[in-house]
Write a protein that binds this ligand. Structure first.
Ligand code: SF4
Length: 274
């Protein structure tokens, strides 16, 4: 089973980790936390433990079971580079992406220093893969811009930004060397406002450096009402995707069996704690 995502810039979400902790102003109205906490204490529900951080080894092999090529948002309900997630587990997640390489993976983090560090070390084997896109979240100047610097500094081949929720004007920005920029406003109760001039500033920087630009939404309390038109049009640009052959069912089952035999972890949840 996979979740067909409603997020405009992906097809599917894959969550081998659940839960996270807040780190910066962009987390204030974290949709994942709000969703997960609704089910705290509901016996048998995937979010029975609310938004407490835990590994879900039973989900590791999921992409190998998907026959059609998809864009996969990795850990929409967590942050793969959270400090409490062991390096070994992150390596296993990335190993699955290496095996199931007919998909395109979008790995988005606010822990950009750890992303840079691991790409230079235990994840070096995946840094140059064109089907794995490494991204950082940017919400403002103070917290967001250092993340752009970490990403730029990293050995990642495919680099992207998710500038959402955009909370202020980013000022002078330089996007040369990046492969994709997504921009969006915050949605839901208490949504903080976004201004058109902030978005246009980012669009201009993307155009200057020939970086594909995706405008996700204006957001607000009723995001459908505000829509996603910017100056009368939508912006749905993506980087170029690699098309790779898709193994048949027997091959995929063989890959799953092989990987399963390598994983030392059981298929149970591993709770890390609050
Ligand atoms: S880093 Fe992402 S998943 Fe974690 S609390 Fe912040 S917004 Fe939520």
């Amino acid at each position: 089973m996979s979740i067909q995502s409603k997020i405009e810039w992906t097809d599917t979400t894959w969550n081998p980790v659940r839960g996270c902790t807040k780190i910066s102003p962009g987390c204030k109205h974290c949709y994942a936390s709000a969703f997960a906490e609704r089910f705290r204490g509901v016996a048998g529900h995937p979010y029975e433990q609310g938004f407490d951080l835990r590994l879900v080894p039973g989900k590791l092999l999921e992409p190998l079971s998907w026959q059609k090529a998809r864009m996969v948002f990795v850990n929409s309900m967590s942050d793969l580079f959270h400090p409490e997630i062991p390096d070994d587990f992150i390596v296993q997640v990335v190993n699955v992406m290496m095996q199931a390489d007919w998909h395109t993976y979008q790995v988005l983090t606010k822990r950009s220093a750890r992303l840079r560090e691991l790409l230079a070390g235990p994840l070096r084997f995946a840094a140059k893969q064109k089907h794995i896109w490494w991204g950082v979240s940017v919400e403002d100047v103070k917290y967001g811009k250092p993340r752009i610097a970490h990403l730029r500094d990293s050995s990642a081949s495919m680099k992207f930004l998710s500038v959402e929720p955009l909370l202020e004007d980013l000022g002078q920005t330089e996007f040369a060397g990046l492969d994709w920029v997504i921009v969006g406003g915050e949605s839901g109760p208490g949504a903080r406002p976004i201004e058109e001039k902030w978005v246009l500033n980012i669009l201009r920087a993307c155009r200057k450096s020939k970086v594909p630009f995706f405008f996700k939404q204006w957001g607000g309390v009723n995001k459908k009402k505000r829509g996603r038109l910017l100056r009368g049009r939508t912006y749905d640009e993506f980087p170029t995707m690699e098309i790779r052959p898709i193994p048949d069912r027997a091959e995929r089952l063989g890959m799953m069996a092989l990987m399963e035999s390598k994983f030392p972890l059981s298929h149970d949840l591993i709770q890390i704690g609050r």
